[in-house]
Design a protein around this ligand. Structure first.
Ligand SMILES: Cc1cc2nc3c(=O)[nH]c(=O)nc-3n(C[C@H](O)[C@H](O)[C@H](O)COP(=O)(O)OP(=O)(O)OC[C@H]3O[C@@H](n4cnc5c(N)ncnc54)[C@H](O)[C@@H]3O)c2cc1C
Length: 338
């Protein structure tokens, strides 16, 4: 049994706010303080962390470690790992939760290597009982659900987006400014430019609704139907949610109808939205690996034997070129009537 207590969440900034996965991790951490002890702490890093402090407090972070520096304005692993290491030294937590995004995984791996700790990746659940913390992680494309405990403390884990609920519970956090000396090695890499192909578009990992198209969509132009359904659904979700995003199968990316950032699956992104609508996607295991932990899966396919139906909560057997516009129209009508 360790004498370490509390949970430290490594905040991920996204478009001037904290990423959803950070708010979900803070919410989950609050529920675990009975077993893991307190406090729930968050470390925020950036050129100006003030807005993040307020948001972390709104979701119940009792203590916020801040690091403001021009070196932290844009993500790169070196200075971020230095800062998280300083926060861990200050907080001495039992658990450290990082985001499961590419940046979060980079930091988590760097911290584990730096501190000689194990790393549990892509967790979708975390429970604690009398100081023993157990995490759940889907592997082999979600066909196996594994429960794990850490043999090194603090437990370090990356969290899959949309795995936990997100609830506000405002507190006035204690703010602790970290003074971090970046090592020369950490600053060796320079970020010259950041190009975001999907700028201004709802991020796949964060979206609460995803409308995905497969080869059955038929052409790049037909993706306008998929986009129209996503737009209609996105506008219908409550303001707090991040909206709806369009995704694609690998067949679509290989055909050049959509670029790789849209791809869901084993060699694309892993997503876990509240609603995943698969249109003209056969449901190959490599695609399901990236989406089968979604809360509700709707499949639209003209082949009643398509494997996608085996993991779908609702299925429509039909031509998506007719079903999708009809669905979009129904949603539009219902919104207009309400
Ligand atoms: C190592 C490896 C990694 C891979 N990684 C990925 C990955 O990350 N993501 C991924 O998606 N795939 C991945 N794949 C590819 C995967 O095996 C499938 O080939 C791919 O998912 C098929 O895409 P699809 O379902 O869009 O196309 P298809 O398999 O061609 O299916 C098209 C479906 O559309 C239906 N359809 C056709 N027309 C209509 C219509 N008008 N209305 C309704 N339904 C219609 C058909 O019945 C069919 O079920 C990987 C493969 C390998 C070997």
């Amino acid at each position: 049994m360790s004498d370490k207590e509390g949970i430290l969440v490594v905040a991920e900034p996204k478009d001037g706010k904290l990423a959803n996965v950070t708010l979900e991790s803070i919410t989950r951490a609050r529920a675990l303080t009975g077993a893991v002890g307190g406090p729930v702490s968050v470390v925020v890093m950036g050129a100006d962390t003030a807005p993040f402090v307020a948001q972390a407090g709104r979701y119940g972070a009792e203590r916020v470690y801040t690091a403001d520096s021009p070196e932290l304005a844009v993500f790169r692993p070196g200075p971020f790992v230095d800062t998280v290491a300083a926060a861990i030294a200050a907080a001495d937590p039992a658990v450290v939760l990082c985001s499961g995004s590419p940046d979060g995984r980079d930091v988590a791996a760097g911290i584990a290597a730096r501190l000689g700790l194990g790393l549990l990746v892509d967790i979708t659940a975390i429970e604690a009982q009398s100081g023993a913390v157990t995490v759940t992680h889907p592997c082999f494309g979600g066909s196996l659900i594994v429960e794990k405990q850490a043999t090194t403390i603090p437990l370090i884990a990356t969290v899959r987006s949309n795995s936990f609920a997100r609830e506000e519970a405002a507190v006035e956090p204690q703010v602790v400014a970290l003074s971090v000396e970046f090592s020369a090695d950490s600053l060796l890499a320079k970020v010259l430019a950041v190009a975001c192909e999907n700028a201004g578009i709802v991020s796949l990992e964060e979206a609460s609704i995803i409308v995905a198209g497969g080869r059955g969509v038929g052409s790049a132009e037909n993706f306008a139907l998929i986009q129209a359904l996503a737009d209609e659904l996105g506008a219908a979700v409550v303001a707090d949610e991040l909206g709806a995003a369009v995704a694609a199968s690998r067949a679509v990316v290989d055909a050049g109808w959509k670029s790789h950032p849209y791809q869901v699956g084993q060699t694309g992104k892993t997503v876990s939205p509240g609603l995943y609508i698969a249109c003209g996607i056969s449901g190959a295991i490599q695609h399901r690996a990236g989406m089968q932990t979604s809360d509700c899966i709707v499949a639209i396919n003209k082949d009643p034997d398509a494997p996608i139906f085996s993991c779908a909560d609702f299925g429509v057997v039909g031509d998506l070129l007719q079903v999708v516009p009809a669905l979009t129209e129904q949603i539009r009508k219902r919104k207009a009537a309400s």
